[in-house]
Ligand binder design. Sequence first.
Ligand SMILES: C[S@@+](CC[C@H](N)C(=O)[O-])C[C@H]1O[C@@H](n2cnc3c(N)ncnc32)[C@H](O)[C@@H]1O
Length: 199
Amino acid sequence: MNSQTREVSIVINPRETGFVRLDLTEVFGNGHPVVLEIGSGKGRFLITSAMERPQVNFIGIEKSLHYHRLISERVLKRHLTNVRLINHDAFAVMRDMLPTASVSELHVYFPDPWPRKREQKRRIIRPEALAEMRRVLIDGGSGIYVTDHREYFEAAAPVIAEYFRSEPRIPTADEPPRTNYEAKYRAEGREIYEVRFWK
Ligand SMILES: C[S@@+](CC[C@H](N)C(=O)[O-])C[C@H]1O[C@@H](n2cnc3c(N)ncnc32)[C@H](O)[C@@H]1O
């Protein structure tokens, strides 16, 4: 099989490859900047962004197999070559698979809020996960965390500020929704909270 006929898989499956550190230039076949999305859901942000920014590479980590398969189908249907998908817990993927200083932007939209006290250790905005986010981001890289859950926002904003220069903000009504959950929650009139951060 030569390079022209070789099928590039858009899925990186750590259950097959092992949890090994990835060489992202090799993975994408180029050295373009990499955007990481954690918890891509149905993939609206990932797919829209990958279509709008063909000179940028996108990695979507999604824990749910159902959503992972849905995004895979949508990416394949659009013949997007700048997207890779990983179906696993984002913390473990960052810790074990992503190289230091390999990601330019990090996006986290409406992560599960785990409202019960004893489950809050599962939140993706927690110290050990933020340490990994800081490690994988390049100097000058940026991130964005968006939620409709006020208590999660109030708990997360100071933790983010310990790891990054950060700015909490409320998106304005004229800003278009980036994801399915944002569209749904905005239509319901829910308040949306956001933290932007920079390394
Ligand atoms: C509330 S949904 C939001 C989906 C999408 N970001 C949106 O805004 O429409 C949260 C998503 O994050 C995924 N998720 C939750 N915890 C995760 C983790 N630790 N690693 C990867 N994905 C995770 C869930 O499976 C779910 O699809």
